[in-house]
Design a protein around this ligand. Sequence first.
Ligand SMILES: [Zn+2]
Ligand SMILES: [Zn+2]
Length: 347
Amino acid sequence: MIMGFESLNDVFQIKANRANGSAVLALYRCFKKFWLILDGNICMIPRDPPRRPQLGFLYLPPFRVQGISIAGEESVVQLPELDTCFDIGRCPRAALSSPYVALTHGHMDHSAGLAYYFSQRYFQGMGVGTVLCHPKLEQPIHNLMRAWIDIEAQKTPYNVKAMEPDEQIEIKKTLFLRAFETNHRVPSLGYTIVEKRSKLRPDLTGMPQEKLIALKKKGEPITQTHDIPLVCYTGDTAWGSHFDRPDVLEAQILITECTFLEEDHRKRANVGMHLHLDDIIKLLERSTAKAIVLTHLSRRTHLAQAKKQIFEAIKPEDRQRLFLLMDHRNNRERYAQQQEQLGEVRD
Ligand SMILES: [Zn+2]
Ligand SMILES: [Zn+2]
């Protein structure tokens, strides 16, 4: 039985009846550390503060997908090899290394780290960061950075590039980031990173080298460019015609949201203009991606429960290609296996 409670500087003292073992046990479960003092008083130090959320990490060769994504709190998904960070809800240190932030929409949980991203990149001598955004967000971003000049009494350099739907920009040699319209409560875009690979024109297959060179010298194009959609990130969105696009459905890695799972949350998904597990099932039937990464799960459902619900709802053959970005334990185990396999190859 707990007899009293008083605070002693940083240390809380709780007096408990020494004979009552279950009370002591209950207290032990509440607080990680305590000292039992001889006269029967239990002295305990309070818990340390919660740590910052850990970065989710998946190695989907040849790309790393890393970041944090929790509905309503924070979404930032980085592909280091592709120089791009999709959304920047807050700005973890790792995100700074990406010269581009492709912003899907302005909701705070996706955009609040933007000013900090620009500032830290500049401060650390990493070059001026560029944000790609919906045309309707261009001016508000200028306003945001303008406000920071007044707050900080200094000017942070930054670049904003408004992306019209279907516009694409080159982010790396032969790699283009293309925007497409999505369906959310505010102006929103999704993005696909496309590799432009040139291949010999099919009608010239088998032609001797000298003849090809001669054609080229005459100024005739001997190659054709093919678009290979590498990674697609939809951001927050309801179901819509963008899920018919080849560069979404054929992306090798498709990163999308799944905010609602429960049957009775269908209506909430519609109101919030988010995807529901039913949509993911539809999407799995259409997408040819070798990996589909779910983000933006709600904290309302415990991760283990969410995982069970998702994996029971999908076809067994899809279980190998569906990942949850924030499923730290599984993703860590998978990465350890990948390292082991690579070690075996090296040996
Ligand atoms: Zn969101
Ligand atoms: Zn949103």
